[in-house]
Design a protein around this ligand. Structure first.
Ligand SMILES: O=C(O)CCC(=O)C(=O)O
Length: 307
C-alpha cells in the first residue's frame, strides 16, 4: 500500500518529517530484469527496490525461526509467530555471552536461505555482471518501539578490501511508516562532498570519528533540495543500494508492540578480495569483537549505541 504522507506520521528522534520532504521509492519490476536495466537503475536512483522477491512461506519460516529464539529469552509473547514485544528479557540470565547468542540466531538455517541463498545471489550477480558472494556477517534487526537508525552511508564499514560492495536490506515483517522503515536521501549517491568525506574513512580503524550523520534528515534533505524516499515495506520486499547512498530508518513509534524484523546483508563479486572481518565461521565484524558488537545483541529492552 502506498503511503499517505499527510496522514501517516514519519518520525526521527521524536520530530515529525514534513510531508513535503517525503517521497515514494521507485519500484523495479524484477520479472524483466537483466544486467543492463539493473545497473542502469542503480546508477540513476542509487537503489533498486523490489517487492515480494522471496517465496512468502520461506520468509515466514525465517521470521518464525528468529521469533522463536526471542521467545526463548522472554522478549516476545506467545504465540511467538505474532512477534509481539513483551517488554521483558531474560537474555542475559540464560546466555552468558551476548555475542554467541546473537551469532546462533543469525545463523538460523531458514534465515540464511534468504540472506545468502540462490534468489538474492542471482539478482546481485546480475547487477555486478559476474558471480557474487554474500558476506557471512549479518545485521539482523528486530526492533521494538522508540528506536531508529541514524543516517549514514555504508562505505566506511564495508569497503576496506574492495569498493564493489552492495547492501541488501530485507523486510521480514510489515514495516509500515509507523514501524520505522528504511529511508534514503534522494540522489545522495551523487553528492560529491559526501563521497569525499566518507571514502577512505574506516570506522574500524579511525575510532575518533563517527559514520553517523547527526544532522536531522529533514534539515539535511531541505538544505540539498532533496527528498527523503521510503515505502511501506512488506515481508519479502528488498532494497539494494550502493556504498555512497545516505540512508537511515525512521522511528518505530507504533503502539501495537509488533516487532519490526529486517536484515541487512552485503554482497561483493567473488573475484574481489574479501575482508576477513566479514567472512568465515567466526567473523569479527566491523570492530573485530564479533556479533556481540551489534545493537541487536542487546536485549530488546535496552538502548542502542551509535557508531
Ligand atoms: O534497518 C535499519 O534500521 C538500518 C539498516 C541499515 O543501515 C543498512 O541496511 O545499511
Amino acid at each position: 500500500m502506498k503511503i499517505n504522507f499527510t496522514h501517516d506520521l514519519a518520525l526521527v528522534n521524536g520530530l515529525k518529517i514534513p510531508p513535503k520532504l517525503l517521497g515514494q521509492l521507485n519500484e523495479f519490476k524484477i520479472e524483466k530484469s537483466n544486467h543492463f536495466n539493473l545497473k542502469q537503475s542503480l546508477t540513476k536512483d542509487g537503489y533498486i527496490f523490489v517487492r515480494n522477491l522471496f517465496d512468502k512461506n520461506k520468509i515466514k519460516l525465517a521470521r518464525d525461526e528468529v521469533f522463536m529464539r526471542l521467545k526463548e529469552v522472554d522478549e516476545i509473547e506467545d504465540p511467538y509467530q505474532d512477534g509481539i514485544y513483551s517488554g521483558r528479557s531474560s537474555r542475559d540470565k540464560i546466555y552468558t555471552n551476548r555475542g554467541e547468542f546473537w551469532k546462533s540466531v543469525s545463523n538460523g538455517k531458514y534465515l540464511r536461505e534468504i540472506t545468502n541463498g540462490k534468489v538474492l545471489k542471482k539478482i546481485i550477480s546480475d547487477i555486478f555482471g559476474e558471480p557474487s558472494i554474500g558476506f557471512d556477517f549479518l545485521f539482523l534487526r528486530p526492533v521494538a518501539n522508540g528506536k531508529f537508525t541514524q543516517m549514514h552511508c555504508d562505505t566506511s564499514f564495508f569497503t576496506r578490501t574492495t569498493k564493489k560492495v552492495l547492501t541488501c536490506w530485507i523486510s521480514f515483517t510489515n514495516v509500515t511508516i509507523d514501524k520505522g522503515p528504511l529511508f534514503v536521501i534522494e540522489n545522495s549517491h551523487k553528492f560529491n562532498d559526501i563521497k569525499e568525506k566518507f571514502d577512505g574513512f574506516d570506522v574500524g580503524i579511525d575510532k575518533n570519528r563517527k559514520a553517523s550523520i547527526e544532522e536531522h534528515p529533514s534539515e539535511f534533505a531541505k538544505k540539498r533540495n532533496s527528498k527523503i524516499l521510503t515505502s511501506n515495506f512488506y515481508p519479502g520486499d528488498i532494497l539494494i543500494f550502493g556504498m555512497n547512498l545516505i540512508h537511515g530508518s525512521f522511528e518505530h513509534h507504533s503502539k501495537d508492540k509488533n516487532i519490526r524484523l529486517t536484515c541487512d546483508v552485503r554482497y561483493q563479486p567473488i573475484a574481489e578480495p574479501k575482508d576477513s572481518r566479514y567472512f568465515g565461521k567466526n567473523p569479527g565484524g566491523t570492530t573485530g569483537s564479533g556479533y556481540g558488537e551489534l545493537n541487536s545483541a542487546r536485549p530488546l529492552n535496552e538502548n542502542w549505541h551509535i557508531r
